[in-house]
Design a protein around this ligand. Structure first.
Ligand SMILES: NC(=O)c1ccc[n+]([C@@H]2O[C@H](COP(=O)([O-])OP(=O)(O)OC[C@H]3O[C@@H](n4cnc5c(N)ncnc54)[C@H](OP(=O)(O)O)[C@@H]3O)[C@@H](O)[C@H]2O)c1
Length: 312
């Protein structure tokens, strides 16, 4: 199938690799030095656990013309990067789009595309369950045999057949969810709370692992975040995850301690601008819900103090 990956960063590059392995005709839309690198070297990925490096030749485009039609477009970028590409996607004549990444505005994005596209669009939302980071010459993926959770907002994804065909021969698992919007919102709570700790300790993960008080606040903040979502009427998805976090705070804190000791914690690419944008959304939710979130507020305040001290 003719597939475009829009956003050739850490996760988009891995998805492109998986779809090439699956026999698809894959192009990536990249910009600047990343586009130069892909044109020069191809798609180079270091598979961390497999101790191997793959190199796929790949077609690179730098702009998406309205008439360039793909069977599927996967948009893989940071939450705060999505708005700039929505008008380009709306102008393009392709029908099937999957937006992948942390996302709190799925409904708004879908409505924008429906309103502004001449070609009727079918939109799904996904999250790739893998991680990695980039180094100067390549992408480093810490999980292969990739996996994505995905779903439509108003019922099952209408272009599931096309998705299944694209992934049929790829070593990649698709898991369809009924309430993707709620899943993404729940995930943002986890990501935000978890990321306070490394940011506050300047990504020195051993310090995070030793800071019991901070990890206690992180776990408590997660529970408060879920309370905000519930108050706004969003279901807790997956329910078992929220129940575990609420019922086993000590176990979770121990897990975070261990996680921050392990080398894998250094491979998940945190990005301050994305976190700040997501934190702003949470502030709005909190106000709307009128729920007390003392642990969350403490973490947010420490972060603000830290940023101010960096600027002065
Ligand atoms: N990396 C991880 O370990 C990980 C794990 C779980 C979830 N996630 C989430 O998955 C999402 C994607 O993460 P990622 O790590 O793949 O991000 P990333 O490495 O920053 O990749 C995004 C790519 O999109 C490109 N891009 C952004 N705006 C663009 C535009 N207007 N036109 C063309 N290209 C554009 C960026 O270009 P430049 O190269 O010029 O920046 C970058 O190459 C995020 O929500 C992230 O939080 C990431």
């Amino acid at each position: 199938m003719k597939v475009l990956i829009y956003g050739a960063g850490v996760l988009g590059s891995y998805l492109a690799h998986a779809l090439i392995q699956g026999g698809n005709e894959v192009s990536v839309l990249a910009r600047g030095s990343r586009a130069d690198q892909l044109e020069k070297d191809g798609l180079v990925i270091r598979h961390y656990f497999q101790l191997k490096t793959t190199k796929d030749p790949i077609r690179v485009i730098r702009t998406l013309d309205a008439e360039e039609v793909y069977d599927l477009i996967f948009v893989v970028m940071k939450y705060n990067d999505f708005p700039s590409v929505l008008p380009i996607l709306a102008a393009n004549r392709s029908r099937h789009i999957v937006m992948i990444g942390n996302n709190t505005d799925a409904w708004e994005m879908q409505q924008f595309l429906e309103k502004h596209s001449e070609t009727p669009k079918q939109v799904a939302f996904g999250f790739q369950l893998s991680a990695g980071r980039r180094d100067p010459e390549r992408m480093v993926a810490v999980r292969t045999g990739g996996q994505m959770v995905l779903g439509g907002l108003d019922g099952p994804i209408p272009f599931k057949t096309e998705l299944e065909r694209a992934f049929a021969s790829a070593r990649y698992k698709l898991t369809y969810l009924d309430d993707m919007d709620a899943w993404l919102k729940n995930h943002v709570i986890l990501i935000l709370a978890m990321n306070y700790a490394p940011v506050l300790h300047d990504y020195q993960m051993n310090k995070v692992a030793r800071d019991d008080k901070l990890l206690r606040e992180v776990v408590a903040a997660m529970g408060e975040g879920f309370h905000v979502l519930e108050t706004l009427g969003y279901p807790l998805v997956p329910a078992s995850q929220a129940a575990f976090i609420r019922n086993h705070p000590t176990l979770l804190r121990m897990f975070f301690k261990l996680y921050h000791i392990l080398p894998i914690s250094r491979f998940v690419d945190g990005n301050f601008s994305e976190l700040a944008a997501l934190a702003n959304v949470f502030e709005k939710w909190k106000k709307e819900a009128g729920v007390l979130t003392p642990n969350w507020d403490k973490l947010q305040k420490r972060l603000q103090v830290k940023n101010l001290s960096k600027l002065s």
